[in-house]
Design a protein around this ligand. Structure first.
Ligand code: MN
Length: 631
C-alpha cells in the first residue's frame, strides 16, 4: 500500500486510521490495521461496511458497540481475511485518530520495475531462492519475465516469513528500490497464496516463463543439411537452459579441455551469463548461477563429480540455492561417464549433454535429460561440438552472432573436422579477417592455455584467446605469444622423442609406430602424452601417405591415433577387458582415436593383444582423417 502521510507510519500505532482510496482492493489491507468505514447495510446479526469500492465486510453484532444505519461512519479494525475473500471487522474507538490515506498499490512485473523506483507495488510470483543474510531474508521471486530479490527484515539474521518456502506462490507488496545499481523490493508484506489465487498466479507465471524461455529463431551461420538434423535437438536444449535460468537453477558446465571443447563452452557461457543478467535484477546472479569448469579426462571423472556435488550441496546449505543442472560439452556420451551421472542421480540433478564423441546411448540415455550427438542422427564427429554450440549460444542470445562467426572454423580445425561445411566456415572466418593460419594458431593457443590452466576455467584469458567479447589487439598478441610457445615446446618434445620411435609393419600392411613416452618424452609439461602422440602420428601420416597407427604409451596407459584403418576403439577396449582378466582395461574415445588404461603389470600383454587386433583391422582409405587430441 502507498501511505501518504508525513514521516513513517507504523501500522501498529493504534492512533493511525487508514482512509482507503476508492480503487483500493483487499491487497491493500492488513489484518490488525484500522480503517474508516461506511455502513452500507444493516442485518439481524450486524452491519456491512465499505472501506472502499472493493473492500467490504461484516461487523458482527458481537463486535459492535453502537447502533448504526446505512450511511453512518465508524472506525473498524480488520480481524480476518478468510480464504474465500470475506472480511470481518470489529468496531474500535480511537481517541485522537491520525488519518492516513492509502492509494491502491499497482501490480508490477519484474521487467517493468525499473520504471517504478520509489513506488509501492504488488508482485505476484514464485519463490525461487531463499537466502538468510546477516541482515534481512532475501526471497528471490520470479514472475516469468524475470527474477527480483525481495528483502524482508524481521530482525538481523532472523528468517522473515518462516512459513514461506521455496517454490511457494506468493504476493509481495513492497517498495521498489535501487541498491548499488540493482533493483530490489523492500518487503512490506509477503504472503503465500492459496486456492484460486495460487492457481491463477501459477498459470500466469508458467505462461510468462514459456514465452520468455522460447529460444531465438536464428538461421544457422552456414547452410548445412547434415546440421539440420540436430537443429531441433539444440533448440530443445536452448529452451531447457533458458528455463533453468528462469528457475534460478545454477548451471554447472563441464567441458573437454581441448580446442573444440573451449570453442563449444565459451560461447554458451557468454550467452547464458547474458541471459542470467538480463532476467535477474541481482547483479551477482551471473556469478552465482553459472560456473564453467574443464575436465581433463575425455569423460566425467569421479573426482570431478564429487567436487561438483560437494559445491552444489554447500551452496544449497549456505545460500539457499537450488541444486544445479549439469551441462556437459564435448564430453559425456559414453559408458565411462555413467558412474559420475549415477552420483548426480542420487540428488536428482539433471544432466544435459552436447557432444560428438561416439556415444553409448543405451548406457547414457537413462541418466541424461537431453542428449545431442550427431551419431544419434546417423552423422558423425565431423560436426564438432564447437559448431553445434555456436548455434546453441545464438539460440540463447542471438546478439552474440557477430562475435562468434569465426568460432566454428577454429573448432573444426582444432578437431581436424573434414565436414562439408568447413569451407563455408573458413569463408565466414575470413570475412571477419581470420585466415586459416590465424585460426590454427588460435587452436594451438587454446590447447596450450588449457594445459597450463589445468583445473581452472581461465574465463578472461580464454575469452581473449578466442576473441569473444575482448580486446582485438590483445587477442592478436596473446595468440601469437601462446601459439609460438606451444610450437616451440612441441618441437622440443618431438626432437627428443622421435629417435626412440619404434616401427613395425602390421599384417594388414598398415604402418605401426609406437613409443614409450614415460622413457622418451618430457613429463609433466606441454605437450602431454595425448598431444605428443598426435603430433608424432601427423608427421608419419604426412611422410608415408599410407595407413598409419601410432601408439604412445606409459606405465598404465596408451594413446591411440590412426588414419586409414577401420578401428573401433571402444569395441577393442571391451574385448581386451574380456580377454585379459586382471589387466583392468578401460577407456575409449572416438572410433579411430582414443586412449586406454590398464594396470602396469599387464602392460606388455595388453599392448601385444592390442597390436594383434590392429593388424586384423581392415584398411579404409576413406577414413583418412585424424581427430581430436584426447589427453
Ligand atoms: Mn571435440
Amino acid at each position: 500500500m502507498t501511505a501518504s502521510a508525513d514521516g513513517d507510519v507504523d501500522a501498529t500505532d493504534e492512533s493511525v486510521v487508514y482512509d482507503l482510496a476508492p480503487g483500493c482492493t483487499t491487497e491493500d489491507v492488513e489484518e490488525g490495521a484500522r480503517y474508516h468505514a461506511t455502513v452500507n447495510g444493516v442485518v439481524e446479526y450486524g452491519v456491512f461496511v465499505d472501506c472502499s469500492e472493493h473492500v467490504s465486510g461484516l461487523v458482527h453484532d458481537s463486535e459492535l458497540s453502537g447502533d448504526y444505519d446505512v450511511g453512518d461512519e465508524l472506525v473498524v479494525e480488520l480481524l480476518d481475511v478468510r480464504e474465500n475473500g470475506d472480511l470481518s471487522f470489529t468496531e474500535v474507538s480511537v481517541d485522537s485518530p491520525r488519518t492516513v490515506t492509502v492509494d491502491p498499490g499497482e501490480r508490477a512485473s519484474v521487467d517493468d520495475l525499473a520504471e517504478r523506483v520509489g513506488s509501492t507495488v504488488h508482485l505476484d510470483g514464485e519463490v525461487v531462492q531463499i537466502k538468510q543474510t546477516g541482515g534481512p531474508t532475501l526471497f528471490q521471486v520470479r514472475d516469468g519475465t524475470g527474477v527480483v530479490p525481495c528483502a524482508a527484515f524481521e530482525e538481523a539474521g532472523v528468517r522473515a516469513y518462516p512459513e514461506v518456502d521455496l517454490d511457494d506462490a506468493v504476493r509481495v507488496t513492497g517498495d521498489v528500490e535501487r541498491r548499488e545499481g540493482a533493483l530490489q523490493l523492500e518487503v512490506d508484506e509477503l504472503h503465500r497464496l492459496e486456492g484460486e489465487a495460487e492457481t491463477e498466479v501459477r498459470e500466469r507465471v508458467e505462461a510468462a516463463v514459456a514465452e520468455t524461455a522460447a529460444p531465438a529463431d536464428v538461421e544457422p551461420l552456414v547452410d548445412w543439411p547434415a546440421f539440420e538434423k540436430l537443429r531441433d535437438d539444440l533448440r530443445e536444449v536452448a529452451e531447457y537452459l533458458r528455463r533453468a535460468v528462469l528457475d534460478s537453477r545454477p548451471i554447472r558446465m563441464r567441458h573437454h579441455a581441448d580446442g573444440d571443447g573451449m570453442c563449444a563452452s565459451v560461447p554458451v557461457q557468454v550467452a547464458l551469463e547474458n541471459f542470467i543478467a538480463e532476467t535477474h535484477e541481482d547483479a551477482e546472479a551471473p556469478r552465482h548461477l553459472f560456473k564453467r569448469l574443464p575436465s581433463k579426462a575425455p569423460f566425467y571423472e569421479m573426482e570431478d563429480v564429487t567436487r561438483d556435488l560437494n559445491f552444489a550441496l554447500e551452496d544449497e546449505e549456505r545460500h539457499g540455492q537450488r541444486l544445479p543442472l549439469l551441462l556437459m560439452l564435448d564430453n559425456g556420451s559414453t559408458e565411462e561417464d555413467t558412474p559420475a551421472y549415477r552420483a548426480l542421480d542420487q540428488y536428482d540433478i539433471p544432466v544435459v549433454v552436447v557432444d560428438h564423441h561416439h556415444p553409448d546411448p543405451e548406457a547414457v540415455a537413462p541418466l541424461v535429460d537431453r542428449h545431442v550427438n550427431p551419431y544419434l542422427h546417423d552423422e558423425d564427429y565431423r560436426i564438432t561440438t564447437g559448431m553445434m554450440c555456436v548455434e546453441l549460444a545464438r539460440m540463447i542470445d542471438p546478439s552474440l552472432t557477430d562475435e562468434l562467426r569465426h568460432i566454428p572454423a577454429v573448432a573444426g580445425l582444432a578437431d581436424r573436422s573434414k565436414a562439408d561445411a568447413m569451407d563455408d566456415y573458413l569463408a565466414l572466418a575470413s570475412e571477419e579477417g581470420y585466415d586459416e593460419d590465424d585460426l590454427q594458431d588460435i587452436g594451438e593457443a587454446l590447447d596450450y592455455a588449457a594445459h597450463w590452466l589445468r583445473y581452472d576455467s581461465g574465463d578472461v584469458l580464454i575469452e581473449d584467446v578466442l576473441n569473444v567479447g575482448g580486446d582485438a589487439d590483445r587477442h592478436a598478441e596473446l595468440v601469437e605469444f601462446l601459439s609460438e610457445r606451444a610450437e616451440r615446446d612441441v618441437d622440443r618434445q618431438l626432437s627428443d622423442a622421435l629417435p626412440h620411435l619404434e616401427y613395425e609393419k602390421l599384417d594388414n600392411d598398415a604402418h605401426l609406430y609406437h613409443i614409450d613416452l614415460d622413457e622418451h618424452a618430457h613429463r609433466f609439461t606441454y605437450p602431454a602424452p595425448g598431444k605428443t602422440t598426435g603430433e608424432i602420428h601427423d608427421r608419419k601420416v604426412q611422410e608415408t601417405g599410407d595407413p598409419v597407427i601410432t601408439i604412445g604409451y606409459g606405465p598404465d596407459f596408451a594413446v591411440l591415433r590412426s588414419d586409414g584403418v577401420r578401428l573401433d576403439i571402444p569395441n577393442m577396449v571391451s574385448e581386451l577387458d574380456d580377454e585379459l582378466p586382471g589387466a583392468g582395461v578401460s577407456g575409449g574415445g572416438h572410433l579411430v582415436v582414443g586412449s586406454i588404461k590398464f594396470v602396469p603389470g599387464m602392460r606388455e600383454a595388453v599392448l601385444d593383444a592390442l597390436v594383434e587386433k590392429m593388424g586384423d583391422a581392415e584398411l579404409d582409405e576413406s577414413l583418412r582423417s585424424t581427430l581430436v587430441q584426447d589427453d
